[in-house]
Design a protein around this ligand. Structure first.
Ligand SMILES: N[C@@H](CCC(=O)N[C@@H](CS)C(=O)NCC(=O)O)C(=O)O
Length: 209
């Protein structure tokens, strides 16, 4: 039995799906309605996640994992795809953890969390959007001499960052002034294993609305 991923279409658990697709790691998806905190197949999601949040996984050993960055790291550790997986003793392993942490804290929680928060007023959201350019510039500089965050191969860290671009438009975050970042986003979003996942998640999300 593959590990279970509780997944809400286009939410951050999509990043875990992207990592699994690129790493050829099978996952058993259980769909979550995040607004209602229910499982699409029936039952309360709060019984699975006391915070009512994705990402949550149950591994084959029955262990519960939370935190999107951790779920992505677990998926990459399980991958047998040598192009994707970084071993813990590989030189770029800690770079991978670095960028997973960056996506989780600097982009996901720092920016998306507020910009998509219904209770935050427009002024607060705009101030938070003002944090984005420094982060975009940092990424743009980093991508000056590499196609992906860790070099020439797509990694688990890229899976998390790819998800950010899926929602950037909806968050009114414009990174078009950063050419290397824009090229990178295009490169990731159009990868053959990723583009169909995004498309099906957008359709699933629309069907749930
Ligand atoms: N710390 C968690 C939080 C992730 C998170 O903010 N998830 C959002 C979706 S992207 C969520 O579940 N929001 C619903 C809610 O907070 O009620 C993680 O890193 O996985």
């Amino acid at each position: 039995m593959p590990a279970v991923l509780y997944h809400a279409p286009i939410a951050c658990s999509l990043a875990v799906r992207i990592a699994a697709a690129e790493g050829d790691v099978p996952l058993d998806l259980k769909l979550v309605n995040l607004n209602q905190k229910t499982l699409v197949d029936g039952g309360s999601y709060l019984d699975i996640s006391p915070l009512g949040q994705v990402s949550v996984m149950i591994t084959e050993d029955g262990e519960t994992l939370t935190e999107t960055a951790t779920c992505i790291a677990w998926v990459q550790a399980r991958s047998r795809n040598a192009d994707f997986r970084r071993a813990p003793d590989a030189p770029d392993y800690f770079q991978m953890l670095r960028w997973l942490g960056f996506c989780a804290t600097e982009l996901h929680k720092q920016i998306f969390r507020i910009v998509f928060y219904p209770e935050a007023d427009d002024g607060t959201k705009d101030r938070i959007r003002g944090l984005a350019p420094a982060r975009f510039a940092m990424l743009d500089t980093h991508l000056a001499d590499r196609d992906y965050l860790l070099g020439d191969r797509f990694s688990a860290a890229d899976a998390y960052l790819t998800w950010f671009f899926v929602l950037a438009d909806r968050a009114a975050l414009d990174f078009s002034a950063y050419p290397r970042l824009s090229d990178y986003a295009e490169r990731c979003l159009t990868r053959p294993k990723i583009a169909p996942l995004i498309e099906s998640d957008i359709a699933a999300r629309a069907a749930m609305a």
